[in-house]
Design a protein. Structure first.
Length: 628
């Protein structure tokens, strides 16, 4: 009989807890659009538990309709999930427009279940009456479970499209959902039938609190404070119960036999009442003790708010020290200094005034009071309150100053980038202007000696090559990607280089390789590297070039085209390797010195990579990786 009473107490506690959580969530509805739906879920849970209470009291006219209102629980939860995901920017397939229909179907299932006698009350175990499901009730339960599963599938969809705290909340909701499923399924045990006592339902009071906390933990700081206090009092209650149980176990030998036979239920009730009295009396007792021990040391909320506001406005370490000194003197009429030292031991502010607020950064910021021995207790107490505010202020100011440095660096880089753009435009203009005099020189050489004419035309061609590469290097590397057969493009370039330099280039790769790339830019990468290789090995009798083509996936799961270009020409000197991709580094005869620099710009525009290697079994190897 005692366990059935405990069961009844658990249900009433769940009703009151769920109602309290629902009211609290509703009061915070302006802070999150999904909270009213979550409040509705908690209210539905309270109604469901109230149905069980009516069942225990043998009142079927109330118990059966309330318990067959099962579908309202997952429907309100589904309502919450839809609004919550939409509020986070995750589309729920337009279901928000069908929420009224969902509630309508839930009510229809409920009414149909009641009309078809979906449940009845009958004695079970130690209970005079308990709810049992009939055929229509099982259909009701099946619909309830289906809606709940669908809501969790939506949560999985949101998990894949969310990040950070939103993902953590979804994981927490799944964990709490598993806990709630374990607790709630106990109510079907009489309908199976089973003789296992529904012990899990004794923990139902925790469910509503955990559901709400899993959602609002990362959104409402107040929730963390409330749960922290509740957890502290629960631990105190548990410890006190254990201590009282231990005392009662050993108290009989001391001659206090009457106390040793106190029922466990009474022990729980007495302990809970005692803790509730202590809870409500704690705050008044604290204020009384503070006024008695620290007369005149109370700081009004207006003063605290003013301190917070002034500390939040400081923009330098010196201003912070001056502000603290001023605030303290205005409130206490005692002078005090401020010392601020960072993690490296570098003093930002250091004064010789005593007493002092000393702020020191180790792994985190801390503030200590030094030299306050001669200060009255009330003033010392106020100083402790102010000192407790300073670590967060120091951390916030440090972040602000670091951010300001980053922004200043970004501004300098922006100005430098603008300068480079202007310089690139100027370079392009000069290169265009040079073409006219080169054409005139070329035409004038037509009447000269053939040897001189050939020399002039060779130098003009070299200047034209330099102008072409300069224009390419100075232009914006904008990509226009389109689907193409990379292997067809490669074979076209290889034939061109082979005809120009009379070298054999072997290609290893698939017959066909499709990908989305900027064809002219990819062609330019191939031409520049292959021309560079061909020029170095053209005079070698055994000169070889190998181009290996493959496709893989990078760490971001993007498809990546890999081009490995090898040749057996002379090794690149060590002092040049670190500068290979800088302008005008190449010493190839007839080259402009910009070929590899242009390749590097194109690869960077693809967010890819290019590297020179000597460990691939060839004297010279370039590995290019281009994400699609």
């Amino acid at each position: 009989m005692e366990i059935s009473i405990l069961f009844n107490i658990s249900l009433w506690t769940t009703v009151l807890t769920a109602l309290g959580v629902a009211i609290w969530l509703w009061s915070r509805r302006r802070e999150d659009a999904s909270l009213p739906a979550l409040a509705g879920f908690c209210l539905s849970m309270a109604i469901w538990c109230l149905g069980h209470i009516f069942a225990l009291q043998q009142q079927p006219q109330f118990a059966v309709p309330l318990l067959l209102a099962n579908p309202l629980l997952p429907t309100s939860f589904l309502h919450f999930v839809i609004v919550w995901l939409k509020d986070s920017g995750v589309s729920a397939f337009g279901l928000e427009r069908r929420i009224p229909w969902l509630y309508g179907v839930a009510l229809l299932v409920t009414v149909a279940s009641v009309w078809a006698d979906g449940g009845f009350l009958s004695p079970w175990l130690a209970f005079p009456s308990f709810f049992h499901l009939a055929f229509a009730g099982w259909l009701n339960l099946a619909y309830t479970v289906a809606v709940g599963i669908f809501a969790h599938i939506l949560l999985l969809y949101g998990f894949k499209r969310s990040q950070g705290n939103k993902r953590r909340s979804i994981v927490a909701i799944f964990v709490v959902g598993a806990w709630g499923f374990l607790l709630a399924t106990s109510f079907i045990l009489p309908s199976i039938p089973s003789h296992f006592f529904p012990y899990p339902m004794l923990a139902l009071p925790s469910y509503a609190v955990l559901v709400a906390y899993s959602v609002v933990r990362y959104r409402l700081v107040e929730a963390n404070r409330l749960v922290s206090h509740a957890l502290q009092w629960f631990v105190v209650l548990l410890v006190s119960m254990l201590i009282m149980g231990g005392v009662l176990a050993v108290i009989e030998p001391l001659g206090l036999e009457e106390l040793s036979h106190v029922p466990n239920l009474q022990l729980l009730v007495y302990s809970t009442l005692l803790l509730l009295i202590a809870w409500f009396s704690y705050e008044p007792a604290r204020r009384f003790s503070e006024r008695l021990i620290y007369p005149g040391g109370k700081i009004e909320d207006a003063t605290l708010n003013s301190w917070v506001s002034r500390l939040n406005r400081v923009t330098s370490w010196q201003e912070l020290a001056t502000t603290v000194e001023t605030m303290w003197y205005q409130r206490s009429h005692y002078k005090a200094g401020v010392s601020i030292v960072d993690a490296e031991g570098e003093p930002h502010v250091e004064t010789e005034l005593m007493p002092q607020f000393t702020c020191v950064k180790r792994s985190q910021w801390h503030c200590y009071l030094n030299g306050w021995e001669d200060i009255p207790p009330a003033k010392h107490y106020m100083a402790e309150i102010l000192a407790a505010m300073l670590p967060s202020t120091c951390a916030s100011l440090e972040r602000s100053l670091q951010l300001a440095k980053v922004e200043a660096q970004a501004e300098r880089e922006r100005i430098e980038q603008r300068h480079l753009v202007e310089l690139g435009g100027l370079t392009a203009a000069i290169a265009h202007e040079l073409r006219n005099p080169l054409n005139i020189i070329n035409m004038a050489s037509a009447q000269t000696d053939p040897l001189i004419k050939s020399h002039i035309q060779n130098q003009v061609a070299r200047a034209e090559l330099l102008i072409r590469d300069t224009l390419s290097y100075a232009s914006n590397t904008e990509l226009n990607k389109a689907e193409l057969d990379v292997m067809a493009l490669i074979h076209q370039v290889v034939e061109q280089i082979d005809a120009l330099f009379k070298v054999h280039i072997r290609v290893n790769g698939p017959d066909r390789l499709m990908g989305a790339f900027d064809a002219p830019r990819l062609q330019q990468v191939l031409i520049n590297i292959l021309e560079n290789s061909a020029a170095f090995i053209a005079q070698q009798p055994d000169g070889k070039i190998l181009l290996e083509v493959s496709k893989s996936v990078d760490e971001l799961e993007r498809p990546v085209l890999q081009l490995a270009l090898h040749n057996n020409g002379p090794k690149i000197p060590g002092d040049m390797q670190a500068h290979l991709f800088e302008p005008f580094i190449s010493k190839r005869s007839g080259g402009s010195g910009l070929g590899l620099s242009i390749v590097r710009r194109i690869v960077d525009a693809h967010q890819g990579s290019i590297e020179y290697r000597e460990d691939c079994g060839w004297p010279v190897s370039f590995i290019v990786r281009l994400p699609e």
